[in-house]
Design a protein around this ligand. Sequence first.
Ligand SMILES: CC(=O)N[C@H]1[C@@H](OP(=O)(O)OP(=O)(O)OC[C@H]2O[C@@H](n3ccc(=O)[nH]c3=O)[C@H](O)[C@@H]2O)O[C@H](CO)[C@H](O)[C@@H]1O
Ligand SMILES: [Mn+2]
Length: 323
Amino acid sequence: MHKNITERYKNTHDSKKHTLQKNTKIINISKKKPQTFIMRTDVVTVTPWLSPVVWEGTFNAELLDSIYLQKNISIAATVFAVGKYTMFLKDFLLTAQQHFFVGFHVHMYVFTDRPSEVPTVPLRANWKLFVRMVPNSRRWQIISARRMEIIQTLIEDELMNQTDYIFCLDVDSRFHGRWGSESLGALVAVIHPGQEFTYDRSRFPYERHASSSAFIASGQGDFYYCGGAFGGNVQEVLQLTTTCRRNYEADAAKGIEAAWQEESHLNRYMWINKPTKVLSPEYLWQDFKAWEPEIRLVRFSGVVKNYAAIRPNLAPPTQPTTK
Ligand SMILES: CC(=O)N[C@H]1[C@@H](OP(=O)(O)OP(=O)(O)OC[C@H]2O[C@@H](n3ccc(=O)[nH]c3=O)[C@H](O)[C@@H]2O)O[C@H](CO)[C@H](O)[C@@H]1O
Ligand SMILES: [Mn+2]
């Protein structure tokens, strides 16, 4: 791996001025793209547990691709389109072709109760699309939360030892910019766009009832992460989905549903098991929000939708958040 990278960049080095020690694995690319290494100072770029927080301007996409392409990795993605949400599939899939892991092996899993409504879109050469049946439900909360169980089963039955990474994405969204190898990590969370990333954590809409297994006490927690995009390697995402599913079901058996369903359980999980990579809200913005000054590029964004028209039961979110 290092040999090829070194070769790729060796022409950019002035070997007389920058002599690398024999066999060194440190590659001096700062001469080629110095701007890559001027860290952003307007945003958090590393967590207190030393995981990177990925923003435009903090990474070299070409270098990262050259590292990961050599590994011949495969990436699975899941997207659920149950009931009327099939209307979002076309734009989701078309824009994913343009921006999501371009050049990599991508296996896209579409879960739906209406397979006849899955649009036919031209696929890139190294893409595969799989359509899987799932039941509908009378409550959108259950459709959303059951994703954890279905992803757990998918990994157990099909992806383990076959696929390297998986990302689990909301369908009511479109890609607008690169989402690629910079996002890869063992356990990957995305900072929720609706929660101003500068907020005090006491204002985050974590589940605040101690009776729920998604409970996070006031003063605790790191970031508020979104349920609409998360991922990692298949082993880690199996742990995550298994735990969130178990906790969601344990709550349900007690008649409890956390404030934001599986998103609340995901936040609890990510607080206990720190993500090894955190993606900025560039990786899930919302179309109705103006870009904040910190947002230099929106990569993936939720479309504006009429909740009452497309959800099987009611209703816009009732919580006092910007979700
Ligand atoms: C941006 C973001 O992080 N959004 C999260 C947020 O609300 P959202 O308002 O984004 O939730 P949503 O309506 O998009 O539902 C989540 C997802 O469930 C699927 N779906 C839902 C309803 C339905 O009738 N059919 C269907 O297929 C679909 O893939 C959708 O994208 O909170 C939800 C749980 O409270 C989820 O955690 C969402 O991911
Ligand atoms: Mn959504």
